[in-house]
Design a protein around this ligand. Structure first.
Ligand code: URA
Length: 251
């Protein structure tokens, strides 16, 4: 389903075409949509350049998406990576966790959240009996490690975003958790500070989302006192588990 279905979805989601701020990427996207509709779009060109749009609905499966990510040259981060970091966990999971980008350990192993932050994330999930292999699918806003763990820049996030949107569509999670400001901003464009809106449920593209603090921030703030980052995370993860239980019960 690479042709008419894509265009229909594309047009049904007007927020994907920010007309007042139309720029070169949007023009390419419009061109890509027309090509896809005409059946001329070669999906294999996606990893070659960020000027090739990743149209909503273009991927039939995560395997093709992963193969493309593994050979991706859409942004400058490709030059410095050891491995592309696509995901870990269950592709049918009810919860998707979106982080910022791979660090050194993740780059070396090709898996997200396997370093110190990841170990803490595992403990946080385990505390409410969430199993990463079963209940969670983990990925990042960018799939290649930024040099010296710097925050990914807008061009890098934009080049990778279509992959993330397709992962969300294919995994179809009930709940998306965005860890930290970069994940929240990269996915939703939300510019309010993470400490202001963490723990709040929000709807994004018809999906239930919650911004939470990044585990790395918790590692830098070890206090467990009431109101501390760790205490706030404990409140938030309990709220997530309660919501998941409610959603499962309503099924
Ligand atoms: N931090 C992130 O945001 N993502 C990872 O995969 C690892 C650390």
């Amino acid at each position: 389903m690479h042709s008419s279905g894509i265009v229909a979805r594309w047009m049904l989601v007007p927020s994907l075409l920010p007309l007042p701020m139309i720029d070169q990427i949007d023009l390419f996207a419009a061109a890509g949509a027309a090509e896809a509709a005409a059946g001329n779009f070669d999906i294999e060109t996606i990893p070659t350049s960020s000027s090739v749009p990743i149209l909503p609905g273009i991927y039939d499966d995560l395997e093709t998406l992963t193969r493309h990510c593994n050979g991706c040259q859409r942004c400058g981060l490709a030059a410095g990576r050891t491995n592309v970091v696509v995901s870990r966990g269950n592709p049918q999971a009810p919860i998707m966790i979106v982080g910022e980008g791979p660090g050194q350990q993740e780059d070396e192993q090709g898996l997200p959240f396997v370093g110190k932050s990841g170990q803490l994330l595992e403990k946080i999930l385990a505390a409410v009996r969430l199993d990463t292999e079963k209940d969670v699918y983990i990925c990042n806003v960018v799939k290649c490690r930024p040099p010296n763990n710097r925050t990914p820049v807008a061009d890098e996030t934009a080049a990778c975003k279509g992959y993330l949107l397709e992962q969300i569509r294919l995994v179809d999670p009930k709940i998306i958790l965005m860890t930290g400001a970069t994940a929240m901003k990269g996915l939703t464009g939300e510019k309010r500070g993470i400490t202001k809106i963490r723990g709040q449920w929000m709807q994004w593209e018809g999906r239930l989302c919650m911004p939470i603090l990044h585990p790395a921030y918790l590692l830098r703030n070890p206090s467990r006192d009431k109101g501390s980052p760790k205490w706030l995370m404990w409140q938030d993860i309990q709220a997530v588990k309660t919501k998941l239980d409610e959603l499962r019960a309503a099924q």
